[in-house]
Design a protein around this ligand. Sequence first.
Ligand code: SAM
Length: 236
Amino acid sequence: MSFLERKISVLISESFSPFSGTVKLVNWKQSLVEFLSTKMALVLTYTAARQLSQMLLALAFFHGSEYLLALVIHGISNVNLASLLISNHYILAMILSFLEYFVEILLVPELKEHWWVSNMGLALVVIGEIIRKLAIITAGRSFTHLIRTSHVEHHKLVTHGIYKFVRHPGYCGFLIWAVGTQIMLCNPLSTIAFAYVVWRFFAQRIPYEEYFLRRFFGPQYEEYARRVHSGVPFIR
Ligand SMILES: C[S@@+](CC[C@H](N)C(=O)[O-])C[C@H]1O[C@@H](n2cnc3c(N)ncnc32)[C@H](O)[C@@H]1O
């Protein structure tokens, strides 16, 4: 056994030894396999099973219901797969968040055991879903996944229901939902990244969307925008 092999063997056997302070020299390869298989077993714990299945359910429910509502409101001929709201950037962000989850549950499994944090995330996912779906149902045909750049007859300014409290409940709900998914997974890096990326996306989208709303509805929209907050932090 080389010096390095002996060192690794001691380190690993120390971390597994049930007798504190006892240094057992064991075959380092066998120890490494034991070490990795113990870590892998952690991935299959109750914690991971529950957090990951909640995440998959949240994703399936969010995208499935977006598509179904679009079908019901706009009719099959006006809806395509874009209504699933799954872009390449979105897929990449989700893959990175799953990657963070797996790396952390292997290296720092105790991070995922903060159940009050995870449950708070789950509550945010549910609240975000409710706000967004209320927005879609309230706005009806006025709520299109692509921003309208020309006025159509049936496009009416919506200022009732949840739009009485915030101008962009659909975006507000999505922001809460997206950040909630990462808090639910106890993913610190993705929580910050999702909050920033989603917020920045809406910070650019809202002025663009409102430029057309002002053109379509003029002083009526001006007055509404003065009265009601956007619903997205730091965007008036
Ligand atoms: C993806 S929806 C988002 C709606 C809104 N920004 C929200 O977050 O609930 C975008 C479409 O909704 C329309 N829209 C946004 N606010 C509206 C309102 N108060 N009344 C009618 N249409 C609106 C825009 O013209 C755009 O075509």
